[in-house]
Design a protein around this ligand. Sequence first.
Ligand SMILES: [Zn+2]
Length: 294
Amino acid sequence: MDEIIRAITADGYVKAYVVNSTEVVRDAQGLHSTGKIASAALGRTLTAALILANDMKNETDRVSVQFRSEGPIGNVVAEANGKNEVKGFVSNPNVVLPPRADGKLDVGGALGHKGSLTIVRDIGMKEPYVGTVELVSGEIAEDISYYYMQSEQIPTVLGLGVLVAQNFAILSAGGFMIQLLPGAPDHIIDKVEENVTKLPKSISGLIADEKNATEILAMLLSGFDYQILSKKEPMYRCDCSRYRVETALISLGKAEVEKMIEEEQTTEVCCHYCNKKYHFSKEDLEMLLRLATR
Ligand SMILES: [Zn+2]
């Protein structure tokens, strides 16, 4: 079963998150028919979005993690909410590249080094909080750690992993994040670094070995007193609806909708996140136009 847990050390200096997102990434792979590299890139991004949304206060709060790259994979986007639900998409699900020298999937090569990472936090204020950094490696975890350092000055260690079989099946997926709160003394920073270095395997390897999130957390926070603050089950879920699609159509503007009415008998709108198709007849669109211009 997928799970996400969050903990804090008794001294208050270290926050930690561990997630097993295997089922979430399997669902994404099934919906988007991603190949190996796209499964890894999208899976890492979905996992990161779940971690970033995990301590949001309200169920309707949202975090969106957007990689816009000039590499062959194009864009990789994931959005999670305060209910631990996540959705995402990738522009090119079928990108194929030779493996890296160390045998790993070349996610960095698929994103390339040119592009940006934007993180949008919507906590129901008038304006969402938006931060952008240039890509450093395109390996996802490194880019998000860099984002935290640059935009929020929070030292962050992030590990993300997706293990994909030769037949494209997702064997395991998950991640962890450790953040140091302001004023953390050097010996605490050293201990955290030591624990991360001493992990016997990558995060996806540990999950493939059936280690659960609590056991992985115990390795990451070895030597610390800590308290688990929450334990939840994450889920891949798209919350699109005909109403939302109608709102998006109206926002395109009158001229654009009039063009659709002229050109097509029925207009098909496909949701990026779940591939659900919505059909609009000429009459539907004319009705929308009347509503929009009233
Ligand atoms: Zn959808």
